[in-house]
Design a binder for this molecule. Structure first.
Ligand code: G3H
Ligand code: ZN
Length: 288
């Protein structure tokens, strides 16, 4: 999906799943926009589900299988090698292995081993170089990925896609990030695999479209869905203090997330391109 988007000069939207309602909203939004989409479950979301990956992955997989558009299932920001092994066993099509907090040498060594494992089992692997700002306070917002180092890193690790630091920052509540489009173009030129933008919730519409035009092929969005979801729940509960049935406030919150997904996906297409949105689940196993 991501290689195809790169060739077409557009990008695939990848949205974070925390609850079943997230997965339903993401697929509904993709269907509304008529675009393929990636459901991604992060290591932090697995931790929220008591460290058990199988139930939420099975739910996301079932939602994907019932979709009329192409859906990928991706495990996001994996730092634990045990969880990486679980991804192999749980039917994910791809993972983002995150060794970005380690030194360059450790990042290369750990990511090469992860890539070899993923490729042995038919998984696509993304990794990160250059610390994308904001996550858990561990990354510097001013971090930037060097194009020459990125090219060397991709050759050394054999990853299939690379998350780069170009000005976005995780978990922003305002859309005020300014991206370095000239750097994106230089990275696109230097790096032989698709580029991934993390922390896209804080990036304004025009900046996001320009980032795709400059060469970003996978756009990760999480916080924007949670903002839409929580705003809606808060409004429902404020408007009706007697509300008890969760379906009464979860249904509009799920609709609000779907609208956010549809709007974001419409920004990511190349002018005049027709999306590859066949009803297939982008996972390895044949029973999904
Ligand atoms: O990997 C997930 C994304 O980078 C989400 O970032 O929550 O800031 O949109 P965000
Ligand atoms: Zn991220």
């Amino acid at each position: 999906m991501v290689n195809d988007a790169r060739l077409r000069g557009c990008a695939v939207g990848a949205f974070n799943v925390i609850t079943v309602e997230h997965a339903e909203a993401i697929v509904t939004g993709a269907e509304q926009a008529g675009r393929p989409v990636i459901l991604q479950i992060s290591e932090n979301a697995v931790r929220f589900h008591h460290g058990r990956i199988a139930p939420i992955a099975a739910a996301a997989r079932a939602v994907a299988a019932a979709s009329s558009v192409l859906v990928g299932l991706h495990l996001d920001h994996v730092e634990s090698d045990e969880l990486l092994a679980d991804a192999v066993a749980t039917g994910f099509g791809s993972v983002m292995y995150d060794a970005s907090r380690r030194s360059y040498a450790h990042n290369v060594a750990a990511t090469s081993a992860a890539a070899a494992l993923c490729h042995r089992h038919g998984l696509w692997i993304e990794s990160e170089l250059g610390e994308i700002g904001g996550k858990d306070g561990a990354h510097a917002p001013g971090a930037r990925t060097d194009p020459h180092e990125a090219a060397t890193y991709v050759d050394a690790t054999n990853v299939d896609a690379l998350a780069v630091a170009v000005g976005s920052s995780h978990a922003m509540h305002t859309r005020t990030a300014r991206l370095d489009h000239e750097l994106i173009a230089r990275l696109r030129e230097a790096v032989r695999v698709p580029l991934v933008l993390h922390g896209s919730s804080g990036v304004p519409d025009n900046e996001l479209s320009a980032a795709v035009r400059a060469g970003m092929a996978k756009i990760n969005i999480g916080t924007a869905l949670n903002l839409a979801f929580t705003r809606s729940v808060r409004a429902s509960l404020t408007a009706n203090a007697d509300l008890v049935d969760p379906r009464r406030y979860l249904a509009p919150a799920r609709d609000a997330m779907a609208a956010t997904v549809a709007n974001s996906l419409r920004l990511l297409s190349a002018p005049g391109s027709s999306p590859a949105a066949q009803p297939t689940v982008g996972m390895r196993t044949s029973d999904g």
